[in-house]
Design a protein around this ligand. Structure first.
Ligand SMILES: [Zn+2]
Length: 112
């Protein structure tokens, strides 16, 4: 099946633009070399049931194959729109130098 250029998810644009503005390395569209602070992300952006951060694995030969992480727009995914997945670095790939987005986890909030 040929993939034709179609409408793209607009909901991730503000997050992507904020990442660029924060100086985060984005080697290509919808791909950012950063780690996500979930609490900070939902505090800064209007996330909802259809816009969320998720991380995990896509097991093939090994249960920990294909680590993936990113912000997903489920609404546009289901609607068949393009660019509904903003890829970020999975914790397996984090280093001390990996920048946080939108910032380091809030040290003041206890637990979680
Ligand atoms: Zn969307």
């Amino acid at each position: 099946m040929r993939v034709t250029p179609g409408p793209e998810c607009p909901h991730l644009d503000p997050i992507e633009q904020a990442m660029l503005a924060a100086g985060i390395d984005m080697p290509r569209r919808r791909s950012a070399k950063c780690r996500i602070d979930k609490a900070g992300l939902s505090a800064r952006f209007a996330l909802g049931p259809s816009l969320f951060y998720r991380e995990g694995y896509m097991p093939e030969r090994h249960p920990l194959d294909n680590p993936h992480a990113g912000v997903i727009c489920w609404e546009c995914c289901q609607a068949g729109l393009a660019a509904y997945d903003l890829e970020t670095l999975h914790p397996d790939f984090w280093t001390e130098e990996t920048p946080w987005f939108p910032g380091p986890p809030d040290q003041r909030s206890p637990g979680k």
